[in-house]
Design a protein around this ligand. Structure first.
Ligand code: HEM
Length: 725
C-alpha cells in the first residue's frame, strides 16, 4: 500500500553497476517510462524493494538475468530484459500480467527495473495460505520505508512485527461498526455539496474532482475538522506536501536542505508547516470539552488504549493521520473514477442502478462498488518480502525475495468469475464471488484498514451523482488501465461533461437514522408538553409566514379535501380552512392525543364543522377517501419512519395534486458547519432531525421544487402528482 509521487524530469537512477549495454538500455527505458507519464513507477519501485527499514534511500535498480533466476530455482517467467517487462507492466498492466500467467502458470517470476525480481502468485488458495498463515517471515512494512520521510517512524504502513500489530489494533476500531454510519453522513454532505455545485455543460476530469472530494471526507471523518477555514488551511498545506512526494526518490546526495529553493529544502519546509497544523489539530482536540462524545477517528484514537493501557503519543497520532490521508484519499478517488467510466459505458447497469435507488434498494449499489473493484482493482498486487525461505504455491522461495499476491489476475480468472471481463454487478448479488477470490483491499493482518470507509464512500458518491445528474464521457473509448506508482488508474482520469441535472437526490437521512426514537416515545414527549407548546406557539413569529407559504404551495381550491400529517396543536388549521372554504374538508392527523386535544379546543373556538381530527401513526395511515392535497407540517423530520408515511399519503393523492413538506432543519451544509455545536446538540435531542432532507425522498415521486427561507432554516418543498398516474 503506498502512494504515487511524480518524479521530476531531472530524476536519474543511480546505478552502481558498470555502464554496460544493459544499464544503458535500462536508463533509456526509465526515461521512456517517465516520458509516458509512468514516472511514478519510481516510487513503486522503491516501495517494492526491500530496502533498509531506517533511513529511506533513493531507488536502486536490481537487474538479475533470467539465467540467474533459473539457477536460483525460481518459478519461470518472461525472458525479456527487466526494462522491457517494466515498460509493458506500466503501459498495459492487466494485459501483461494475464499474458504472463497464461504462459507460465499461476506462479511466475518477473524481473523488473528498479523493482528487482518479484514472484507473482495468482492462485487464490496459495494467496489465502500465504496471507492467513504464519506472518512473521512476511514483511510488508519495510517495503514502504521510503515513505518514512512523510509518514514518520510510527506509521502502520512502515512498521512490521509487534510494533505493526500494536498500531493496527489501535487504528482498527474507529473504522468498524457504527463508525461507518457516521462516515456515511459526512460523505453524503460532502458529496451533495460538491455535486450541487456542478453546472450543466461543465467539463472536468473525474479523478481530479474525486480527489478533492475524498480529501475533504478524510479531513472531516478522520481528522474530525468541520470548520471551513481550518479545512481550507489543511487542504492548502497538506496537498502541497502530497504534491511533492517525488522528492522521496531523490538520491541521498540530493537530500540536503540547501535553502527554500532546493527540492529537499522546499519539501522540508512544507512538511514542517503540515506537521505544525496537524499537531495544532491534535492539541485542539485534546482540549475539546466534548472529546468523549465525538465520533471522528482522531477523537477515538485519542481515547484509545493499547493492551498495556498506554495511549497514543502525539507523534504516533501525527504519523497515523498522515498515513490515512496518504493511503485513503487518492485510492478511493481512483476507484470512483473507474466506477464512473464503467457505469457511463454500460447503460444497462446504470439504468438498473437508478431504478434500484429510486426504489430505495441499496443491494445493487453495493454490488456496483464490488464489481468495480473486481474489474478495476486500484492495487494490482500487494507486496511481501520473505525474511526466511518459504514454500508458496508449491515453489520453495528464498529469503529476500518479494512475493506479490496478484490481485488483478485473480479477479479476472475464468474459473472464478464467468465472463470475467464484463461489468456485471449482478454476480455479487448471485453470490458468485468467494473469499480470497475478491481482494481489492489485500488480506490477512495487513488488510486495508479503511476498506469499509472506502466502500461506503464509493457507494455514497455514486448514489449522489447518479441520482442527481447525467454525465457523458468526453472520450469515445473506455479508459485504458495504466500503472502510476503502485496504483492502476484510468489513463485519462475519466474526463466527463455534465448533462441534464434532474434534481433527484438520494434518500433522506431521516428515513435511515438508526438512533431515531420509537414513535411511542416521541408521542409521550408531545403529550407531556402539548399544553405548554400550544400556549407558546403564537410567540414564534416566523410560523405564520411559513404556514402561508406552505398553504400557497398546496394550490388549494374551494371545495378541496386536504390532508394534514402532523397536525400538532392545530395552528395550521385556520389557513387550510380558509383555503378550502366551507365546502371543503380538512383532515388533520397526529399521533399525539395531547396535541389533538389542543387542536380540538381551537376547532371548538372557531366552530369549524369541516375539520376532522384523527389520531393515527402516519406510517400506518388509513383513510377511506382520496385527497386533493397533502401537507406534512413541521413533522416530517421527526417521524421515525417518514418513508412509509410518505408512500401512504402519496397513494391517497389524486392526479395533478400536490404534496408539500414544510419543516425546519439545518439542511444547508454551510449553515450546518457554522452551527456545528447546535447541530450536535439537536442531534442528541432528536437524532437525525437536523440533517433531514425530505426532498431526497420526494424526488422518488417526481421533480421537487424547494423554497428555503430564514437562512435555509425553514423550507417548503413541493412535488406534484402527474395527471396520468
Ligand atoms: C478504494 C480505496 C482503497 C483501496 C483499493 C485500498 C487498498 C489497500 C491495499 C491493497 C492495502 C494493502 C493490504 C495488504 O498489504 O494486504 C491497503 C492497506 C492500507 N490501507 Fe487501504 N485502500 C483504500 C482506501 C483506504 C482508506 C480510505 C484508508 C484510511 C482512511 C486506507 C488505509 C490503509 C492503511 C492504514 C493500510 C495499511 C494496513 C496495514 O499495513 O496494516 N485505505 N489498502
Amino acid at each position: 500500500m503506498a502512494l504515487k509521487p511524480s518524479v521530476p524530469s531531472s530524476f536519474r537512477v543511480a546505478s552502481s553497476a558498470r555502464r554496460s549495454i544493459s544499464t544503458v538500455v535500462r536508463d533509456i527505458c526509465i526515461k521512456i517510462a517517465i516520458k509516458n507519464d509512468a514516472s511514478r513507477l519510481a516510487y513503486a519501485a522503491r516501495a517494492r524493494t526491500s530496502g533498509p527499514s531506517t533511513l529511506p534511500t533513493a531507488p536502486q535498480s536490481t537487474y538479475i538475468p533470467m539465467t540467474a533466476i533459473q539457477n536460483r530455482g525460481l518459478p519461470p517467467g518472461p525472458r525479456a530484459p527487466a526494462s522491457v517487462n517494466t515498460v509493458r507492466l506500466v503501459q498495459r498492466p492487466l494485459q501483461s500480467l494475464l499474458g504472463w500467467r497464461e504462459r507460465y502458470g499461476d506462479v511466475f517470476t518477473v524481473p523488473l527495473l528498479v523493482f528487482g525480481v518479484g514472484v507473482y502468485v495468482c492462485d487464490p488458495s496459495a494467496i489465502r495460505e500465504m496471507l492467513t498463515g504464519e506472518q512473521s517471515d512476511l514483511h510488508a512494512g519495510e517495503a514502504n520505508a521510503p515513505l518514512s520521510s512523510v509518514l514518520g517512524e510510527c506509521s502502520v504502513l512502515t512498521l512490521d512485527g509487534r510494533e505493526h500489530l500494536r498500531q493496527r489494533k489501535l487504528l482498527l476500531p474507529p473504522f468498524q461498526g457504527s463508525a461507518i454510519q457516521n462516515f456515511r453522513t459526512v460523505i453524503r454532505d460532502v458529496a451533495a455539496a460538491d455535486v450541487g455545485s456542478w453546472g450543466e455543460g461543465e467539463r472536468f476530469v473525474m479523478r481530479e474532482r474525486m480527489r478533492a472530494l475524498t480529501f475533504e471526507v478524510i479531513v472531516r471523518a478522520v481528522f474530525g475538522v468541520t470548520d471551513a477555514d481550518r479545512i481550507k488551511r489543511l487542504r492548502g498545506t497538506l496537498v502541497s506536501v502530497l504534491d511533492m512526494q517525488a522528492v522521496l526518490f531523490l538520491p541521498n546526495m540530493l537530500r540536503h536542505d540547501l535553502g527554500r529553493f532546493s527540492p529537499w529544502g522546499q519539501f522540508q519546509r512544507r512538511l514542517q508547516a503540515a506537521d505544525a497544523l496537524i499537531y495544532e489539530e491534535i492539541a485542539l482536540r485534546r482540549s475539546e470539552p466534548d472529546l468523549e462524545e465525538r465520533t471522528d477517528v482522531l477523537s477515538l484514537l485519542l481515547r484509545a488504549r493499547d493492551e498495556e493501557g498506554r495511549s497514543m503519543t502525539d507523534v504516533e497520532l501525527r504519523d497515523e493521520l498522515m498515513t490515512m490521508l496518504l493511503a485513503g484519499h487518492e485510492t478511493t478517488a481512483t476507484g470512483l473514477a473507474f466506477a464512473f467510466d464503467l457505469l457511463l459505458r454500460n447503460p444497462r447497469v446504470l439504468h438498473r442502478l437508478r431504478e434500484e435507488l429510486i426504489a430505495g434498494e441499496d443491494t445493487y449499489l453495493d454490488a456496483v462498488v464490488s464489481e468495480t473493484l473486481r474489474l478495476r482493482p486500484v492495487i494490482d498486487a500487494n507486496a511481501r518480502t520473505l525474511t526466511k525461505p518459504r514454500t508458496i504455491g508449491g515453489w520453495d522461495l528464498p529469503a529476500g525475495i518479494r512475493v506479490y499476491p496478484a490481485i488483478a489476475v485473480v479477479h479476472l480468472r475464468e474459473d472464478l468469475y464467468s465472463q470475467p471481463h464484463e461489468f456485471r454487478p449482478e454476480r455479487f448479488i448471485d453470490g458468485e464471488a468467494e473469499s480470497y477470490a475478491w481482494l481489492p483491499f489485500g488480506g490477512g493482518i495487513r488488510r486495508c484498514i479503511g476498506a469499509s470507509l472506502a466502500q461506503a464512500e464509493m457507494a455514497e458518491v455514486i448514489r449522489t451523482v447518479v441520482s442527481s445528474v447525467d454525465l457523458q464521457p468526453t472520450r469515445p473509448d473506455p479508459e485504458p488501465v495504466v500503472m502510476r506508482g503502485i496504483t492502476l488508474v484510468p489513463r485519462h482520469g475519466t474526463p466527463v461533461v455534465v448533462g441534464r441535472i434532474s434534481g433527484k437526490r438520494p434518500r433522506s437521512v431521516a428515513g435511515e437514522y438508526p438512533n431515531r426514537r420509537p414513535l411511542a416515545e416521541i408521542v409521550k414527549g408531545y403529550d407531556r408538553v402539548a399544553r405548554l407548546y400550544s400556549t407558546l406557539e403564537p410567540l414564534y413569529l416566523i410560523f405564520p409566514p411559513a404556514r402561508r407559504r406552505a398553504v400557497a404551495a398546496l394550490d388549494l381550491k374551494a371545495g378541496d379535501v386536504v390532508l394534514e400529517i402532523g397536525a400538532g396543536s392545530g395552528r395550521n388549521l385556520p389557513y387550510l380552512v380558509d383555503a378550502v372554504g366551507p365546502n371543503g374538508t380538512v383532515i388533520a392527523v397526529d399521533a399525539s392525543e395531547g396535541m389533538l386535544a389542543q387542536a380540538r379546543k381551537l376547532m371548538e373556538r372557531h366552530g369549524w364543522s369541516n375539520v376532522q381530527l384523527l389520531r393515527q401513526d402516519a406510517a400506518q395511515l388509513r383513510l377511506d377517501r382520496d385527497v386533493d392535497a397533502v401537507l406534512f407540517s413541521l413533522s416530517y423530520s421527526v417521524l421515525p419512519e417518514p418513508g412509509p408515511a410518505l408512500e401512504r399519503a402519496w397513494k391517497l393523492l389524486r392526479p395533478s395534486s400536490r404534496l408539500v413538506v414544510m419543516d425546519m432543519g439545518l439542511t444547508d451544509p454551510r449553515l450546518r458547519r457554522a452551527l456545528a455545536l447546535i447541530a450536535r446538540l439537536l442531534d442528541k435531542l432528536a437524532p437525525g432531525d437536523p440533517y433531514s432532507r425530505p426532498w431526497d425522498d420526494l424526488a422518488s415521486y417526481g421533480p421537487v421544487a424547494i423554497e428555503r427561507f430564514l437562512l435555509g432554516l425553514y423550507y417548503v418543498c413541493t412535488v406534484e402528482k402527474a395527471a396520468n398516474l
